[in-house]
Design a binder for this molecule. Sequence first.
Ligand SMILES: [Mg+2]
Length: 177
Amino acid sequence: MTQQPLLLLDVDGPLNPYAASRFRRPDGYRTHDLMPTWWAERQTRRSDGEVKPLRVWLNPAHGAELLALPYELVWATTWMDEANTHIGPNLGLPELPYIRWTELFGEDPDGLHWKTRDVVAWAAGRPFVWVDDELGPQDADWIEANHPGQGLVLHVNPRIGLLAEDFATLREWAAAA
Ligand SMILES: [Mg+2]
């Protein structure tokens, strides 16, 4: 059997449409108040010493839809291994491999997204689709020039999250790859 392409998954934006109006949770989503380490470390403590949890919206149907795709799923998110404890179980996803970042939110000398170089290094030439809400044309160009396999950046609007048309694009890309 040939190896499936990788599907590199960002959480905040594609799976958690965090930029939607906070008063109008998108249809099909459920609310989760979570406390990942990367969040807790960046918050100022309240007077009672507590940190406000991070409100996350997740659509439980996305787990089965992702698993049905002809891809190997990989977390490519600020959540790193905590996606396996906080996000995956709420979507019905099994434990997945994840990319460990060199530096969270690091500044890139060439203006690339802070994840881009790590993503290409991690993929090590394997074909991938990278689903994220923050990548620009400079990232797509850099991937094209530096990733020896096929690569696609699939932009997702963080006000909306993954759509049926994104799943259709993923199926079509895998079929053509
Ligand atoms: Mg994101």
